[in-house]
Design a protein around this ligand. Sequence first.
Ligand code: FAD
Ligand code: NAD
Length: 462
Amino acid sequence: MNELRCKVLIIGGGPGGYVAAIRAGQLGLDTILVEAGRLGGTCLNVGCIPSKALIHAADAAHSLREPQALNAIGLSIGRPELDFAKTIGWKDSIVARLTGGVGALLKKAKVRTVLGSAQIVDGKTVIAHADTGESRIEAEHLIIATGSEPAELPALPFGSDVLSSTESLALTEVPGSLAVVGAGYIGLELGIAFAKLGSRVTIVEALAKILPLYDQELTQPVARRLADLGVETLTGAKAISFAKGALKVAEADGKERTIAADKLLVAVGRRARTGGFDLEKLDLTMSGPFVRIDDQCATSMRNVWAIGDVTGEPMLAHRAMAQGEMVAEIIAGEKRAFDSVAIPAICFTDPEIVAVGLAPEAAKAAHGEIRVGRFPFRANGRAMTLQDDEGFVRVVARADNNVVLGIHAVGAGVSELSSAFSLALEMGARLEDIALTIQAHPTLGEAFHEAALTALGHSLHI
Ligand code: FAD
Ligand code: NAD
């Protein structure tokens, strides 16, 4: 068996693990990264990037197949053809480019990468099982970054025509009909994309509303778009079984109904990957199904750290990356703690939703009196020129000192506003700071400025 030693050993090469490795390498720490699958983890291979590629392809296909918007600007086209296998090939080429880039960045940072599955021996020792042989790796610090995997419903086990997000992102044909269980991030992002690609989509959600994480004001425009796209959404409904292209559902009123579907996507959340690599040997304190961490991502065992999805919600790539970068810096001796004011969340639906910080209800509960300013895109010139003026920007601030507590938006392309929103919260902006910042014209960002002006009582363009 190969014997290796290092200062930092990381299990898992997803956004959490590979960023921790790159930063550790940059800081001169002798680092080994062990990855069982492919560098880039869920996010680059079967998550964020492939889903956004599919969403882009679906938007392009939809705009050609339903060309009213193009006709309105004087463009007419013939009947478009979609070669979906080629679409998936294009998506795979983006994944390959990005994962190849991660490999190169790790090499540049002098990180040793072992492609194999790690099995824990103790808090300082891991055996890596690779095709090329086994390695016993000893380290001063161990970072667990094993991520998460799709949660399965006992009545609807994955396999055959029951898909998780992973298989649904690798289909080579657009299903004629698709049923989706779960109207969360994945169910809606992919459900909308397949509807635009031509599938007849039905969504079944157990709770009373879609995207339960977001408040109704933000989700209403998405619900409207679902209806426009012909997507049927059953809320308060329970999927019971699926066989021979028929999904049995108990609707909110208790009545049973059968929905015909060529494929079924089950997207009811993800569970932490804590099994199968002897993590239990460390006897770490858990927080439910997740590894418990403190504000430095330290676990209950000295010099054992955990980052990313394995540590729980929010299961977002940018959180995993921020944690990974921080832990590497702490191991290198820097004083750091995870004290971000807010972690932005974006739902890449149509229209997109951005949420940074507190929504009005939560802000009121935490801080008492608040001011809320909204500005609709229908009064924004840029949104009109882009032919999509649905949605708004909403700013929530304390009433006593105007410190901003939350910024939200729903609309086409608003994901790109998230950086401005996050920066404002992180810098402790007051409404006046946003109001006094000159936004370029014509941009969607002007709606952010105007929402702050509205909260201050003197909007200019409404
Ligand atoms: P992962 O990315 O899951 O990586 C963990 C890695 O550890 C894997 O590569 C795995 O092979 C490896 N591993 C596990 N066990 C072992 C072992 N024993 N030995 C060696 N290696 C091991 N987040 C966003 O922020 N924005 C989005 O738009 C977004 N879209 C998504 C779309 C989909 C369809 C899905 C499924 C997820 C999406 N996410 C998105 C979530 C995002 O992918 C995760 O939050 C992120 O990948 C978590 O990173 P991680 O490093 O914690 O874990
Ligand atoms: P989710 O938690 O976003 O949504 C799951 C949905 O399924 C919820 O609405 C829930 O009420 C519903 N549900 C649960 N059990 C059900 C049942 N038996 N029948 C019907 N509905 C049921 O989970 P997801 O969509 O699977 O995504 C997993 C995670 O991946 C997310 O939490 C998020 O962290 C991450 N993700 C993020 C993005 C993004 O940032 N844009 C995109 C995709 C995934």
